[in-house]
Design a protein around this ligand. Structure first.
Ligand code: ADP
Length: 384
């Protein structure tokens, strides 16, 4: 039976549900799918219950019966674990209730994941359901990086700290980078740049993250597809006082109508590139702001780490956009980063080196695989 066991990984967001059936031992994905526009209009699936049923129908159409295929666990990606959840956690009624309370800390992100867990437990009651948290990897960051310099009592009362997100990806990519270099992760200092619709950077010393760009929520840090990343917090109260925008309006603007989309009208980097090439000034500015912020974080993390062995690019943009990689580190030769432009441009899908052979800092492209990392975390949590 071993070797044939499977984990169903579910990533349930507010308007989409991604699933993947993973063989954790080999790392192979047996099936995957993406159900979009949940509850958006009359023609789409109405809710998460219907979306998950749709996923199961799609699997059945592929000839996969979840009751007989060797399913050993269902792994659920949950964005926010708060202070309480920082290990892959077997879900039961009590823990679901505790997670529900945590939704206050992540009202935009946790409720759809909880919904996914509830529906999946009903549909697959006989397998263990394990929650894997995006914040987990960053739980033990040094206090100097995790602490906001605000009134300490307020921060404690309301559990305000830098939690960090995309942790599953940052951990996976840093491990893969060490494996690629054939060096123990414990001896490396790394910067990981996860650049997708959501983007984040992390500084990792050995196996321990020592800083990351996202904060209390995934809004902080880099410029993203639709999120602003770092802003002066006074902008919120300024708009509230002067522009008659409620806090919810401002929050929606910062999360959904800012970032590259807010500046250019487009969030997808492939189309943004076409717009830049056709001379669109707003697209050029959006790109410049994105790159400027990214370079600031690279510089900051070089200083935070003191010495860096490797910088890895990952996720949709990091893996596929050579111009972003080029511009992120252009002119940083004196800091030890020498890109090989030919390597950077030559496509390829696997892990690859894009720095020149003599570059003091090795620059890599490492495809992330959060589903596989979640599946393996589930197996670990079950001691299977
Ligand atoms: P998510 O955060 O939704 O998981 P991804 O990691 O899949 O996002 O990244 C999605 C983004 O990656 C897209 O919005 C797009 O901007 C970018 N992207 C994907 N493929 C390419 C490509 N070939 N060139 C440039 N950008 C790309």
């Amino acid at each position: 039976m071993a070797g044939n066991r499977l984990v169903l990984v579910i990533n349930s967001g507010s308007s989409s549900l991604k699933y993947q059936l993973v063989e954790p031992d080999s790392g192979e994905a047996q099936a995957s799918g993406h159900i979009e526009r949940i509850g958006e209009d009359a023609s789409s699936v109405p809710d998460h219950d219907a979306a998950l049923r749709r996923a199961f129908e799609e699997l059945a159409r592929d000839g996969i019966d979840l009751r007989t295929c060797g399913l050993v666990a269902v792994g659920h990606r949950v964005v926010h674990g708060g202070n309480e959840f920082y290990r892959p956690t077997l879900m039961d009624d009590a823990r679901i209730a505790a997670l529900e309370k945590l939704s206050e800390l992540a009202p935009l992100h946790n409720p759809p994941a909880l919904k996914g867990i509830e529906v999946a437990r009903t549909l697959l009651p006989d397998v263990p359901h394990v929650a894997v948290f995006d914040t987990a990897f960053f739980h033990d960051m040094p206090p100097a990086a995790a602490t906001y310099a605000i009134d300490r009592q307020v921060a404690e009362r309301w559990q305000i700290r830098r939690y960090g997100f995309h942790g599953t990806s940052h951990r996976y990519v840093s491990e893969q980078a060490a494996a690629f270099l054939d060096r123990p992760a414990g001896g490396l200092k790394q910067i990981v740049l996860h650049l997708g619709n959501g983007s984040s950077a992390s500084a990792i010393a050995g196996t321990r993250p020592i800083d990351t760009s996202m904060g209390l929520t995934p809004l902080e840090g880099l410029v993203m597809g639709t999120r602003s990343g770092d802003i002066d917090p006074s902008i919120v109260s300024y708009l509230w006082h002067r522009a008659d925008m409620g806090v919810d309006d401002v929050e929606t603007m910062l999360n959904e109508r800012s970032g590259v989309l807010g500046l250019s009208g487009e969030r997808d980097f492939r189309r943004l590139r076409e717009m830049i090439e056709s001379g669109d000034g707003a697209a050029q500015l959006a790109y410049s702001v994105f790159i400027h912020r990214l370079r600031k974080y690279i510089g900051a993390y070089l200083a935070v780490l003191g010495h860096t062995d490797v910088i890895s690019f990952t996720a949709g943009i990091g893996e596929n956009d050579p111009a972003v990689r080029r511009d992120a580190v252009a002119g940083l030769e004196e800091l030890g980063i020498v890109l090989d432009q030919r390597r950077n441009l030559s496509g390829g899908r696997g892990a690859r080196q894009i720095s020149a052979d003599g570059s003091p800092i090795v620059v890599l492209v490492i495809p992330t695989n959060e589903e596989l990392a979640i599946a393996r975390d589930c197996i670990g949590a079950l001691g299977a």
